[in-house]
Structure formats: structure tokens, C-alpha cells
Design a protein around this ligand. Structure first.
Ligand code: PHE
Length: 450
């Protein structure tokens, strides 16, 4: 008999067949890493906040939100992949663990307490397992709006007022690649409610503000790197690329060239006017961005594995301090990896894995299959690995995929890397974990081991 309700920090939620949130995920709610003194996420947050003077910072917003807040209020279409139970943690049909800080946009605009705001918070997503993905991570959302009526009362256009604010942003001399026009009718349209001059001014303020953040981060990272070790004199390269989000238009992503690759560090754009209108501030126009704090902190400190942020080991925590300059993280000894494979046939009968059938078509992960009338989603494999292994799984990847030529049955082989960041695992322990992982795949997904 399934549990009917659940309490999280004194709040009670009814559960229904949409519930897919394991207890280990719920237990992360109380951690609040981004406000723990001297935690690298806190220091990173504070460094970014310091580049937005006057913006109101919200750091305590509760992570359990409505589907309306997380998706509907932002204009996500009903069939958007992000809403699927394979990607998002639900408590019930109307209640999720927020998947992004944008879940608080509409409410924060409605409260209308400040021209600019920042929201830092834990966010939750079912996803792959590797050294840069963990099902709980932290984002910072920022937004800045201006009142068009107020500008015109002063005898100025809104664009003029915004350009005056652009001039107040600290200048930098890094190389920025920004080959696209600020808006493009097909690829990245300006909203009908905005003039070209307004969009151009908002885009300039947004881009200069975020470039200033990146410059501040990389200057801090440069002082952190041991003299001469990392290409300290290699100039910072950043570029703007066009993007799409349901809640901004035009939209962009900012990428930074880091160790040979372009790395996406944030998404942003001009706020959909419908969100501001619905929030009762129809005269206001502006921008919003969202960035991943772990990703920035990993760059800032050279932290090699995202699981470290959750560590309570003093060999990790003692390396960070709010009141001394940023120092590069010195990894404590690397413990041995242990690779183990598991191969299985997907279930062929129609009563699908995971109890109630998945609600939306799944197509985001690398291994999905909806043949034979049920769906298999890689994120379910990932979650079982997390549930069985906790922090002791470093990486899970699909290494082989095979369709039987006669029966049409599908087989997958996953390779699990068992490794603790804090100690050497014994053979008995990894064998035991792997055996439990295999058994759970059978019990929960109905697969047949090969
Ligand atoms: N919420 C988006 C994400 O999680 C980022 C974003 C925030 C984009 C605000 C535009 C504006 O990917």
C-alpha cells in the first residue's frame, strides 16, 4: 500500500501516481549548500552577487513548487519534454521539485520589490551520472526590469534610460565574439510589444552585465591558479550564441573557451512580456538570466567532480574560506576506479517499468526506447544507480546497444565506474553494490539480465 502523503520541513504534500522522487533526493532539501558559510558555492554566489550592486538577493526560496510555477507561468507548452516524469521529480500531478530558478520569476516580478533581483537555489533534475552531473545542483537567476511609463514621464525614451544604465557597468577589454544581430525575425525574434531600440538597449545591458560577471570570475580564477601552472596568460575568450527558451525572446547563451572547448555557462534573454503582464507589472520590460553555480565554481577552483560539493570531508571543506583570496582546489588522493558492466534485454511485455507508465514521450537521453508498447528511459537506470550507490558511483555510461535481428528485442550494456572520493572501496563492497544494482534493474524496470 503506497504512502498517501509526505512531509518535508513541516509542509505536507499529497502523493499520487506521479510521485517519482526518492527519499535520497528529498533529503538534499535540508542541505542548503549555497548558504553554508565558507562553502565554495556560497563563495561563488557572493562573488557574482557583488557584481550586481542594488539587486535584491533571495537565497531561501523553498524548492517544492507547483507545476504552474515551474512550467505554465513561463509559457512551457503542455507537451514540453521538460515536464516529463523521466526528467522532472514530481510529488503529485501538480507539484514538483523545481527544475530551475526561473520557477520563481513570475512571483518575484509580481512582488515588484526591486528593479533587479537575484535568486540562488537548489534545483532538481533526473539526468545522467558523470563528473559534471548530479541530480541536485544550484542555479542563480538574475533579472533587471525598467518602467517604460516612468521613463516617458521624465521625457526620455525607455531605451535612453537603459543606455544610461549600460554606461554604469564596469568596462572590460576581453575579446567577445557576438556575430549575430541583437534580434532576428526568424531565428531570435523581438517581441511585438518591444521596439527595436528597446530590445537593443536591454540586450546591451544584459550582455555587458554578464560579461562583467565572467571577467570577475576569471580574474579570481587566475589569481587562484598556481603561478605559471595553468595557461595564466592565455586571454579569456567568450562568445554569445543564439538560444531558445519559452520565457525569453530574443535569447542567448554565453560560452567561455576553457581548456580547448567552448563551455556553456548561462542562458538568458529578454523576458516575455506576457510574464510581466500576468504578474501585474505590464509597464516593466527587462532581461533575465540563469546560470549553474557548480559549473562556475568548478572553473573557479578547478574542482574536478561535482559530487565533491556534497562532501562533508574536512579535506574538502577546509580548503575554502570567504575571507581569504580564492585558492585552487588541491585534490586529495584519487582512489582507484572500479568498472563493472551490466547487460540486459528490455522488457517485452506491456506492463511497463516504473509502475505507472511514463506520461510524456521521452527523447532527451541517449538511450530511450518506446518499442513494444512501453518506454525505457536511461534516467531510470541513472536513478537506480544513485539509489543503490549514493556518492560512490562516478559515472554510468551506455557502452553497447543491440537489437536482436530475429526477435527485435533490444539490449543495452551500461558501464558503471564505482569510485569514492574519500576512500578506497573494497572488492566485497563494489561486488555487493553491483549485485544490488543488477537486481534493482530487474525489480524496478523489469529488464532481463544477460
Ligand atoms: N532557466 C533556464 C535554464 O535552466 C535558464 C534561463 C533563465 C534562461 C532565465 C533564460 C532566462 O536552463
Amino acid at each position: 500500500s503506497a504512502q498517501k502523503e509526505i512531509s518535508v520541513e513541516g509542509k505536507t504534500y499529497k502523493l499520487d501516481e506521479w510521485m517519482n522522487t526518492p527519499p535520497t533526493i528529498l533529503s538534499a532539501v535540508s542541505r542548503r549548500l549555497h548558504v553554508q558559510p565558507d562553502h565554495p558555492l556560497t563563495i561563488t554566489r557572493q562573488l557574482i552577487e557583488s557584481r550586481f550592486p542594488g539587486y535584491k538577493a533571495h537565497n531561501e526560496l523553498f524548492p517544492i513548487v507547483s507545476v504552474h510555477q515551474n512550467f505554465d507561468s513561463l509559457g512551457f507548452p503542455p507537451d514540453h519534454i521538460g515536464r516529463s516524469r523521466t526528467d522532472t521529480y514530481y510529488l503529485n500531478k501538480d507539484t514538483v521539485l523545481r527544475t530551475h530558478t526561473s520557477a520563481h520569476q513570475a512571483d518575484t516580478f509580481r512582488a515588484n520589490e526591486s528593479e533587479g533581483y537575484l535568486i540562488s537555489a537548489d534545483v532538481y533534475r533526473r539526468d545522467a551520472i558523470d563528473r559534471s552531473h548530479y541530480p541536485v545542483f544550484h542555479q542563480m537567476e538574475g533579472a533587471r526590469t525598467w518602467d517604460r511609463n516612468a521613463a516617458e514621464k521624465e521625457g526620455k525614451t525607455l531605451a535612453q534610460v537603459i543606455w544610461d544604465d549600460v554606461a554604469k557597468i564596469p568596462k572590460h577589454d576581453i575579446k567577445v565574439e557576438d556575430p549575430n544581430p541583437p534580434h532576428h525575425a526568424e531565428r531570435n525574434p523581438r517581441q511585438g510589444t518591444h521596439t527595436a531600440e528597446e530590445v537593443e538597449a536591454i540586450a546591451a545591458h544584459l550582455k555587458r552585465s554578464l560579461e562583467d560577471v565572467v571577467v570577475a570570475i576569471f580574474n579570481a580564477a587566475k589569481t587562484a591558479s598556481d603561478a605559471g601552472s595553468r595557461s595564466a596568460d592565455e586571454p579569456l575568450r567568450v562568445r554569445w550564441v543564439e538560444a531558445y527558451f519559452p520565457f525569453t525572446s530574443p535569447s542567448w547563451e554565453l560560452e567561455v573557451f576553457w581548456q580547448g572547448d567552448w563551455l556553456e555557462v548561462l542562458g538568458c534573454g529578454v523576458v516575455q512580456q506576457s510574464i510581466l503582464i500576468n504578474a501585474g507589472v505590464s509597464d516593466r520590460l527587462g532581461w533575465a538570466f540563469g546560470l549553474g553555480l557548480e559549473r562556475i565554481a568548478m572553473l573557479l577552483y578547478s574542482i574536478p567532480d561535482i559530487r565533491l560539493f556534497w562532501s562533508t570531508d574536512s579535506r574538502f571543506l577546509s580548503q575554502f574560506s570567504s575571507d581569504s583570496p580564492i585558492k585552487r582546489f588541491v585534490p586529495f588522493s584519487k582512489y582507484p576506479a572500479c568498472f563493472k558492466d551490466v547487460s540486459f534485454w528490455l522488457k517485452t511485455s506491456s506492463n511497463a517499468a516504473g509502475g505507472v507508465g511514463h506520461v510524456a514521450p521521452s527523447a532527451s537521453a541517449s538511450a530511450t526506447s518506446s518499442t513494444l508498447g512501453h518506454s525505457f528511459h536511461e534516467n531510470d537506470v541513472m536513478e537506480i544507480a544513485r539509489e543503490v550507490c549514493g556518492e560512490v558511483v562516478e559515472d554510468v555510461r551506455l557502452v553497447d546497444e543491440f537489437v536482436h535481428p530475429k526477435t527485435g528485442r533490444k539490449s543495452f550494456c551500461y558501464r558503471v565506474n564505482y569510485r569514492s572520493l574519500e576512500r578506497t572501496l573494497t572488492n566485497e563492497e563494489t561486488n555487493g553494490l553491483h549485485e544490488r544494482f543488477r537486481q534493482q534493474l530487474v525489480d524496478k524496470l523489469g529488464v532481463e539480465l544477460r
